[in-house]
Write a protein that binds this ligand. Sequence first.
Ligand SMILES: [Zn+2]
Ligand SMILES: [Zn+2]
Ligand SMILES: [Zn+2]
Length: 123
Amino acid sequence: MCKHILNAQVAIRAPCCKKWFDCAECHAAVSDHNLRKTNEMVFACKKCKKVFRKDMTDYEEEDEFCPHCDNQYVVDAVMPEASIGIETEDIRVDNRVVKDDRLRTKQEQIDSIFKIDGSHMLG
Ligand SMILES: [Zn+2]
Ligand SMILES: [Zn+2]
Ligand SMILES: [Zn+2]
């Protein structure tokens, strides 16, 4: 379910990772790469659930409709209200230091070894 375009009529298959997304932002949200753009995009109509391809280099007004059910899928995107793009998060962090005695001891051992080695080498 796309939270960026509330009235998305189609899903888009990302050419890069072969997964279906409602919009490019949905892709960006879960991907570590940019959405690859191709001349031929693959869509899936949300109304009739059928898949179709469109040549984006030769895109005309009639191409805004699903070839299977004539659902117009190119529509003005309805964005969620008050979409600021910042998820409020409680930034108060528990600042109590978690004590891990084993880790601490290990770290102290490493520190002491390092110091000894260092002084020895310098000495
Ligand atoms: Zn991708
Ligand atoms: Zn989206
Ligand atoms: Zn359709």
